[in-house]
Design a protein around this ligand. Structure first.
Ligand SMILES: Nc1ncnc2c1ncn2[C@@H]1O[C@H](COP(=O)(O)OP(=O)(O)OP(=O)(O)O)[C@@H](O)[C@H]1O
Length: 442
């Protein structure tokens, strides 16, 4: 063998040897080796690889008996510092699993990259070569089903906020206890929302049969303090979905938007609050050019943010091709400021007006905060609620002033009377202004 090697070294040039040697080694090692390795990367076709995701979720249940000398532990529960930490999957550590008598070994690897997302993570799953095809097919199905089950029953919900500097989503435990039971809304709206969400969550086959992506878009609009954020929390709690809270102002261009959105996971809500405020995308197009010129003049904002087409492409196209069972929610205080293209049928499936307080909402809030369903001050308060525009947030604030119903309701009555007086004064000033304008014109 040695003589043969020396002769080969003499007669075969180095570049050819470099080319041939690894191939020969690979050929022989695959022939003699009894194990086979599946590589499961984090991304697949530019989207989150669901097999990777399933492994991440499932393997957390296989960590307790890990015999390694190191364990990854941590907690993101800011509200409960004494909570028991969770176990994370440590990189470069073998995690053993058994499936129908087959011995399997998982290892998570992570390598730095020069481009976004600056880290490439992948799992190596090793099994005996003989199980490669038949048995492993069953194992992957088992893996996906187990992860799905864990996700559906998980207790903690997470809210992710986008960190522009790190170009990544940062997670925190979402602890907003608003549910459809505690949200003070008209009963008809409550029923409509719950039915719509339930139909959506059971609608996989329906969406498939009509050739539509399994997604649902809600536009929540109405004055500040009418419960738009609370409605989002109620939806998240009802569906048991995580929330990705995206400040559209922090996205510099369409490319960044695409990267951010493809990094979100299934069974989640993408929340874009105050869509009318920051993005070029939402403004009506007739005013966009003027505003761009103004911004460039002021040199306050060198990039002009994402475009309307970027956002619409995402709502219509990219969203459809990446991921399943997603809800997207836009909120705005000024629906009239939104570009009509965003409001066109088919874009946002459901438009929901979160309006000022009604007598029903008032009663619900009083019942929740003061635990009473009748009081002598109810009638005058109800009358005023119909006359003046008052938000549930304002009412809630008054009701929280005291646990004593007499004191809290008296405070609320005074608050509403002041509001009514202010409204009358404003109307008077406006009317006087109009009369003066008319006289000047004459
Ligand atoms: N319909 C409601 N039912 C119960 N509580 C409400 C409701 N609306 C508002 N509140 C109370 O008012 C607070 C503020 O409401 P919320 O933030 O949901 O309003 P919003 O419409 O999202 O306001 P903004 O447009 O300023 O973000 C909530 O924390 C909640 O306590």
């Amino acid at each position: 063998m040695m003589i043969l090697r020396n002769i080969l070294n003499e007669i075969v040039p180095q570049p050819i040897r470099d080319y041939i040697t690894p191939k020969v080694v690979a050929l022989f090692s695959s022939y003699f080796q009894s194990s086979f390795t599946f590589v499961i990367e984090q991304k697949w076709d530019f989207c989150d690889n669901q097999t990777f995701r399933a492994a991440e979720v499932y393997l957390t249940t296989r960590l307790a008996g890990l015999s390694s000398r190191e364990l990854l532990v941590g907690s993101s529960d800011l509200k409960n510092p004494t909570a028991e930490p969770n176990l994370g999957i440590p990189p470069n550590t073998k995690i053993v699993d058994e499936f129908e008598g087959i011995h399997l070994e998982w290892t998570l690897h992570s390598v730095e990259t020069k481009t976004y997302p600056y880290e490439k993570r992948y799992f190596n799953l090793t099994c005996k070569k003989e199980f490669r095809d038949k048995k492993m097919k069953d194992y992957f199905t088992y893996l996906a089903k187990s992860a799905e089950k864990i996700m559906r029953h998980r207790e903690d919900l997470y809210i992710y906020t986008y960190n522009r500097e790190g170009s990544s989503w940062q997670a925190a435990i979402f602890e907003h206890h608003t549910s459809f039971e505690t949200l003070a809304i008209e009963p008809q709206l409550k029923t409509t929302m719950i039915d719509d969400l339930d139909a959506f969550s059971k609608g996989k086959d329906f969406f498939k049969s009509v050739g539509r992506a399994w997604k649902r878009g809600y536009l929540l609009y109405g004055p500040p303090g009418t419960g738009k954020s609370s409605m989002v929390a109620a939806i998240a709690n009802h569906m048991n979905y995580n929330i990705y809270d995206l400040q559209i102002q922090s996205v510099s261009d369409d490319g960044e938007l695409r990267k951010i959105l493809t990094a979100t996971k299934n069974r989640s809500i993408l929340l874009i609050e105050d869509i009318d405020c920051g993005a070029d995308a939402s403004r009506r197009r007739q005013t966009k050019n003027e505003e761009d010129v103004e911004l460039q003049k002021q040199k306050k904002k060198p990039d002009l943010g994402i475009s309307l087409s970027g956002l619409l492409n995402f709502v219509d196209g990219l969203w459809s091709s990446c991921g399943e069972e997603r809800i997207i929610i836009f909120t705005t205080n000024h629906k009239e400021k939104l570009d009509p293209a965003l409001l066109r049928p088919g874009r946002m499936d459901v438009h929901i007006l979160m309006d000022y307080c009604t007598p029903f909402v008032l009663k619900k809030l009083v019942a929740m905060y003061l635990k009473i369903d009748d009081h002598v001050l109810f009638d005058p308060i109800e009358k005023l609620v119909i006359e003046v525009n008052v938000t549930p947030a304002e009412i809630a604030q008054q009701l929280m002033a005291s646990k004593n119903a007499d004191i809290a309701l008296k405070g609320l009555l005074e608050f509403l009377e002041n509001k009514k007086m202010k409204k009358e004064e404003d109307t008077k000033v406006e009317e006087e202004g109009e009369i003066e304008d008319g006289e000047t014109k004459e």
